[in-house]
Write a new protein. Sequence first.
Length: 364
Amino acid sequence: MELMVLLNALVTRLLFVLHSLIGVWRVTAVKKEPKYWLLALLNLLLCLETGLTLKFKQGRGYKWFSPAIFLYLICIVPSLWLLEIHHGTQYCGNEPGAVQVNVSNQDFNQSRESSHGSEGTDHHIIQTAKVFVNQLSTICETVWTLALHQTFLLLLVVGRWLLPIGVEITRDQLSQLLLMFVGTAADILEFASETLDIEDVRKNYALINAILAVWTWSMLQFPLDLAVQHIGCKPSTSARRIPSLLLCRYSAELWNIGVSLFIQDGPFFIVRSILMGHFRIFNQMLVFFTAKNILVVTLQLYRLAVITLDFRTTVLQKSRKGEVCCCPCEPYEARAHATRQENEMKEFVAVPPKEESQAPSEDH
């Protein structure tokens, strides 16, 4: 097992565990009930997955699916749900970050003066850590929740980058996937922060749960790698199986369209339409992003129509010429099969039969 692969696999999963533990700590601090520390037991699933991956896959990833990302979602999403549902009423100033930094620096100086010359460096480090933790606890709850959302999405992208890739996915495909994840994470963060910050939404408990359910549903696209990989099909696929051929040729494009329509932009558009149509909630950003969702859904449907018409034209042209419409997403296997048959025919024609080759020697 390569050392870098081992380090990347372990460090990435350690970051996932630490971030989920911070989320559990915030839930326990907000709810003021120690029983919520039981949420930390979900990290045992990630530890089990780490051991199995190191044993059977030598630390590398799987095809089409990332169990580490999926289990990280299971560990952190419940904490974010509880924090969003609670949504503390603590007052936040205009610049809470700057105020907290000034206070923390003052406390650090006081702790340094009190510990100087008394118990040494170790005591100073402990006191500094205590002051730092106390100051973190005084930060506004809404600031903490937003910070957890932001770091959560950033860690999803960075973690997918650091996780060792399997033999089924290339570096080029990984770079495409990461660029898609960056745009997706920005849209998801905007959806959660923009809708849940509306005052009328906060007064409706059922509406909060519905928005969080859609937000959780949109997160399920991160463990999947189908957006950059083609689903393999055999060269012997019959031309009569048109849906199979279409999926074989445009699997990555169809997956992107499906994610946009059924996992991200489609559900986001439905939620925003309900907010404006049924609950009569209007603001500039809500109208803008609703229009953006409409545009994206329309363009995805247009892309689907273009792909279908192009594929239909290709099939009709090949059927008129009498050619067999094979799957173009497996060109190597089809080309190898054709080359192997051609070589066999050449060998059969080039090598004369044994009886004809021995005939001149007998006459002589």
